[in-house]
Design a protein around this ligand. Structure first.
Ligand code: ADP
Ligand code: MG
Length: 324
């Protein structure tokens, strides 16, 4: 969209959207941005694309869309232990709707400001509504939180609570309703789906200490599974330790557990810590992290229920145990 309207649109909504950083040599307005990375760090890069009707509902509030488009990238940086620095935005719009753009930009800046991440460039085109955001951060190459370092005996933790976003999504997709939940509970769950909280402070603290980390976008079992595959280990998970919000605790325990294990979109961090570092992190992040199990030498995920019985979850039949 190399038209005057594209330039004025960028000028109006995106050029001043974020605060300049001292390590940005050149931001929006040239053929490339010029960025300087500390000499002892490497650049961490990740891109996510959100397509209307696929990754978000076409009628979604544009402010929450702006927020979430960047939040998911910040969550990737958190899961890598990288410090957020810059992002670029490729915006494909069916038409120029100023109200939509204003709300979208407001949601973006709401999350960009506290993260001190600067918008340094992008591309604007016409077509079906699609948002691509590439985030850039920096991290020490040796301290980066990778998926391949978990060792038998390490403790497994998750941040926040699990299954909230999945419950909100289930309501929207299946028309599911549960009488146990108040309007306030639904509002809370909906907020968790629309406004996930990237765990950047935690990710930075874990860099150099955690043996592995991943952000939970596809559900705990799937994402912990990636750590286990890459690290060539297994896990034992205590189901009654899975952190649930007060809204989720009102649901039937089997349904709450199933959502906590399998539903995505929470953007919490799952990570592993050597036993000797566990106490320090538990006291520093008391309200933010929960111990849920241990890494085992035997591969696969072994789930243990409140009665100390083993429930096999990597078999399809295992999931049926939780079906409602
Ligand atoms: P070029 O033709 O060199 O690719 P563009 O006309 O696409 O340049 O963009 C002009 C400037 O505006 C570039 O610096 C580009 O990075 C920036 N830009 C374009 N679209 C966006 C956007 N949606 N958000 C932020 N910056 C943008
Ligand atoms: Mg361009």
């Amino acid at each position: 969209m190399a038209s005057l309207s594209e330039f004025s649109l960028i000028e109006k909504y995106f050029k001043q959207l974020t605060s300049p950083r001292s390590d940005t040599v050149l931001g929006i307005g040239d053929d490339c941005a010029l960025l300087s990375c500390p000499a002892d760090k490497v650049v961490a890069v990740s891109i996510d694309t959100l397509v209307s009707g696929v990754h978000f509902f076409a009628d979604v509030d544009p402010e929450s869309l702006g927020y979430k488009s960047l939040a998911v990238g910040l969550s990737d940086l958190a899961a890598m232990g990288a410090e957020p620095a810059w992002f670029t935005l490729a915006l494909t719009l069916p038409q120029v709707d100023e109200n939509w753009l204003q709300a979208f930009a407001k949601g973006l800046s709401k999350i960009a400001a506290p993260s001190q991440i600067q918008l340094v460039g992008g591309d604007t085109t016409r077509g079906p509504l699609t948002i691509s955001i590439q985030v850039h951060g920096h991290v020490s190459a040796v301290h980066a939180l990778r998926r391949d370092g978990a060792k038998p005996g390490d403790r497994i933790y998750v941040s926040g609570t699990l299954g909230d976003a999945g419950a909100a999504l289930k309501r929207r997709l299946d028309g599911w309703h549960d009488e146990c939940l108040s309007e306030q509970d639904w509002r809370y769950l909906q907020q968790r789906l629309l406004y996930p909280t990237p765990r950047n402070e935690l990710g930075l603290a874990l860099a150099g200490s955690a043996t592995s980390a991943i952000d939970i976008s596809d559900g705990l079992l799937a994402d912990l599974g990636h750590i286990l595959d890459k690290s060539e280990v297994g896990a034992s998970i205590k189901l009654d330790l899975l952190p649930l919000s007060s809204a989720m605790k009102k649901l039937a325990p089997a349904l709450a557990t199933k959502l906590a294990l399998t539903s995505g979109d929470d953007y919490e961090i799952c990570f592993t810590l050597p036993v000797e570092l566990a106490a320090a992190f538990e006291s520093r992040f008391t309200d933010d992290i929960t111990f849920i199990g241990e890494i085992t030498a035997q591969t696969g995920i072994q789930a243990i229920n409140a009665e100390s019985e083993i429930v096999s979850l990597d078999l399809k039949a295992g999931y049926d145990h939780f079906s409602t």
